[in-house]
Ligand binder design. Structure first.
Ligand SMILES: Cc1cc2nc3c(=O)[nH]c(=O)nc-3n(C[C@H](O)[C@H](O)[C@H](O)COP(=O)(O)O)c2cc1C
Length: 136
């Protein structure tokens, strides 16, 4: 099974999750500026919320995906207040005809003085377990 990890981060929180998934799966985590190469069975896609929306760079990356080059996308995200980016990201992916896993990982992310320790060690452990479960 081929696996890839792409993420977008502004302040480093989502990168922490991406790096933990990389550690659990042995696959390098790359920024969304790095296009997918060939066919990928499982794509872990990380994003966050900025002013209630995902960053345009995530939208741009999703617009490059096709059902022919990705089997399914597994979403992960961080946010300070909103529940997760799943609705926005899965909506865009479905428009592309790309399959999205119903399983997602989300945790709080530090923003200014809020959730100062997140993602914490527990979040990192949980996202590693999540990634292992997904690939079982
Ligand atoms: C410019 C900016 C705007 C943000 N707006 C929101 C928001 O509307 N709702 C929310 O829940 N979190 C918001 N946040 C908090 C981020 O979603 C949170 O810190 C997230 O973990 C950032 O991920 P990153 O470190 O990977 O960039 C905002 C953060 C920044 C920097």
């Amino acid at each position: 099974m081929t696996t890839a990890i792409r993420y977008y981060t502004q302040t480093g929180n989502t990168k922490k999750l991406a790096d933990a998934i990389a550690e659990a799966t042995g696959v390098k985590a790359e920024d969304v500026s790095v296009p997918l190469n060939g066919y990928t069975d499982v794509l872990f896609l990380g994003s966050s919320v900025y002013a209630a929306g995902i960053d345009p760079k995530v939208r741009e990356f999703i617009s490059t995906l096709k059902p022919e080059n990705v089997g399914k996308v597994v979403c992960f995200s961080t946010a300070a207040l909103l529940p997760s980016t799943y609705r926005q990201v899965s909506g865009l992916l479905k428009k592309q005809g790309v399959a999205v896993s119903e399983k997602e990982f989300h945790c709080r992310g530090r923003f200014l003085q809020v959730h100062k320790d997140r993602p914490n060690a527990q979040d990192i452990e949980a996202v590693k377990q999540f990634a292992e479960e997904v690939l079982k």
